[in-house]
Design a protein around this ligand. Structure first.
Ligand SMILES: Nc1ncnc2c1ncn2[C@@H]1O[C@H](COP(=O)(O)OP(=O)(O)OP(=O)(O)O)[C@@H](O)[C@H]1O
Length: 266
């Protein structure tokens, strides 16, 4: 008799690194997150778009563990790190001490140095933060996050304050770091092109609900045509005008769009 194959045992599905079930967050009478379901797989790169006031920061604060979740069904890893729009470096500590903040044990300076080398700033290890450019300061912030090898890296509009050229360089750096360290990433951004260039999956949050989800199966760097189509669709989800010529089927663009039913699992 043929042995029965247990596919689940042979190919175990990775447990999500993040899972929110029917998550709600209110400020007084204002319900900001409204029955949200979200899961993020290990190593997945997810971008979060949404109109101003849609709840992105509130969601990110929840995943960062900065807000109480009040007994709700929320799973977030203890190993997580956040990079904000501004680097938030302590100006009275040298660059390496900022990266090493909170690290314990022997070889702390060496670990900080290795992380700084990874972001191309090994030569500024003893610099003071105020002598860094905006892009350099953000690279130090990335080094500080990654030196802890987080399972979840939260990026809160990390490139919004940078000029266009520096932003492009930062995109390449983040992708390289992600490929090496493989944290799950949730990146909040207002920049549709940034989301399309970097993410595996894009969520659109509006009035505290996920109103659309895009899975991108086309490799990064080959997203030219797909990117243009996705961009228009995402702008549509964000409430911008989209003309009929932009509506192309999922098969045509090698990506899928899932209009997000409320109560469904992300
Ligand atoms: N601590 C708070 N107390 C009261 N209301 C809050 C608090 N934090 C957020 N809100 C409200 O929750 C709503 C969502 O805010 P949030 O900052 O999450 O939106 P957002 O999508 O990040 O917006 P933006 O893109 O403009 O940063 C807003 O109406 C905001 O005023």
């Amino acid at each position: 008799m043929l042995a029965e194959t247990n596919f689940t045992a042979a190919f175990p599905v990775a447990e999500p690194v993040v899972r929110l079930r029917d998550f709600t967050r209110s400020f007084g009478a204002n319900t900001v997150i409204d029955g949200l379901n979200l899961s993020i797989a290990p190593g997945e790169f997810v971008a979060l778009l949404g109109r101003s006031g849609g709840g992105k920061t509130t969601l990110l604060r929840t995943l960062a563990g900065l807000d109480s979740v009040g007994g709700q069904d929320v799973r977030i890893p203890t190993s997580r790190a956040v990079v904000f729009q501004d680097s938030r470096l302590l100006p009275w500590k040298k660059v390496w001490r900022n990266v090493a903040l909170g690290l314990k044990g022997p070889g702390v300076r060496e670990r900080a140095e290795a992380a700084l080398n990874e972001v191309g700033l090994g030569h500024r290890i003893d610099a003071w933060p105020l002598t860094l450019s905006g892009g350099e300061a953000q690279r130090v912030a990335l080094a500080r996050a990654l030196v802890r090898e987080p399972k979840l890296l939260l990026l809160d509009e990390p490139f919004a304050a940078l000029d266009a050229l520096t932003r492009i360089k930062m995109h390449a750096l983040v992708l390289e770091l992600w490929r090496v360290h493989r944290p799950a990433i949730l990146m909040v951004t207002h920049d549709v092109d940034e989301a399309v260039a970097l993410a595996d999956r894009i969520l659109v949050l509006d009035a505290g609900r996920i109103v659309a989800e895009e899975h991108i199966t086309v490799q990064r760097g080959e997203r030219g045509d797909v990117g243009r189509v996705l961009r228009q669709r995402l702008l549509g989800h964000l409430g911008c005008e989209v003309t009929s010529e932009h509506v192309v089927s999922a098969v045509d663009v090698g990506a899928s769009i899932v209009p997000f039913p409320q109560g469904a699992s992300a």
